[in-house]
Write a protein that binds this ligand. Structure first.
Ligand SMILES: [Zn+2]
Length: 318
């Protein structure tokens, strides 16, 4: 769907609300009080009423829009912009495009959509041949570390740690000029440290037990063999990285470029996870084309984010 089609199909608040309602109707409403699935629609209350116990469920409750006062149209426009572009948008750019005055509600809206993307991807495990590696992503120095001497390299306060996992089965017929493996699904998880226990737990929750895992020979990965069918821990020289772990490295450099280009590396570490969520969600659905819009609308009405509104005393964060 291009911009013109979007404007024609969703010209006003009523048509956007109708779109969310249609998707909710398709999924079905479950009464919170009695689990009944039969409901009336109360147009003037914008709510469903349970046919059995008459308790009401608003159109927004249980969806990504719960507790939000922003118009449905903002949500749908943002879903359209996020799914129709290869890159992404900074909150400030979206705020300008929507013509909204305040930064905070727009920032919360996009964070919630990115959380929904993460929740949707968390429902599946990676299987088959999988590469795993860690990466350091530039983030802002945490408040309590500001003014302290900066450590350099891997332990720097301005770096966040991310575990990256990507399915990469070997190609049946290797071709010149292409990687020997083809990319499948991708996952990224921001972690507090790179201790063996932390990484093993992250992998356990995301990697199927029958998988064949490839990593470098870091000591952080020594316990991974217990989780999977096989674990190849390879000594990787920099010039061989492209061959041994091609797709995690490509994904890492692409996400780093995105964070620099769009978000200017000005992300707070505690909110970093939202951004790889979006990157992975779109990467994992890169062949969906126009269907991606509907898929994200469905995900958006299926999950209510457990988002704790944090107050921002600043004008910019991603
Ligand atoms: Zn009920």
């Amino acid at each position: 769907m291009n911009l013109l089609q979007f404007i024609q199909e969703y010209p006003d608040e009523a048509s956007c609300r109708q779109k969310f309602k249609e998707e909710r109707d398709r999924i079905g409403i479950v009464c919170k009080r009695c689990n009944c699935t039969d409901h009336y629609w109360l147009e003037n209350k914008s709510s469903y009423e349970c046919k059995k116990c008459h308790s009401r469920t608003s159109l927004r409750s249980g969806t990504v829009m719960e507790n939000s006062k922003l118009p449905c149209r903002y949500w749908l426009i943002t879903i359209h912009l996020l799914t129709s572009t290869k890159k992404s948008f900074s909150t400030e750019e979206l705020r300008r495009q929507l013509g909204h005055k305040r930064y905070q509600p727009i920032w919360e809206m996009v964070c919630k959509l990115r959380e929904v993307m993460g929740k949707r991807d968390d429902k599946s495990m990676l299987t088959g041949h999988i590469e795993l590696d860690d990466a350091f992503i530039t983030t802002e120095v945490p408040e309590d570390q500001k003014g302290k001497p900066r450590k350099r390299g891997r332990g720097s306060q301005g770096k966040s740690k991310v575990v990256v996992m990507c399915e990469s089965p070997p190609r049946d017929t290797p071709k010149k000029g292409r990687k020997d493996k083809k990319p499948g699904h991708l996952k990224m998880k921001v972690v507090p440290d790179l201790k063996s226990g932390t990484i093993t737990q992250v992998a356990k929750e995301r990697v199927d037990g029958e998988s064949d895992l490839t990593t470098d020979d870091s000591t952080s990965y020594v316990e991974l063999g217990q989780l999977v069918n096989s674990h190849a821990s390879k000594v990787v020289k920099p010039e061989e990285a492209e061959k041994v772990l091609p797709w995690v490295h490509t994904a890492i450099s692409n996400v780093k470029r995105l964070l620099l280009d769009v978000h200017h590396n000005k992300l707070k570490p505690e909110y970093l996870q939202y951004y790889p969520n979006e990157f992975c969600y779109k990467f994992n659905r890169r062949f969906f084309g126009e269907k991606l819009f509907d898929r994200l609308v469905i995900a958006a009405v299926s999950f209510s984010p457990d988002f704790k509104s944090k107050i921002y005393n600043r004008s910019y964060c991603g």
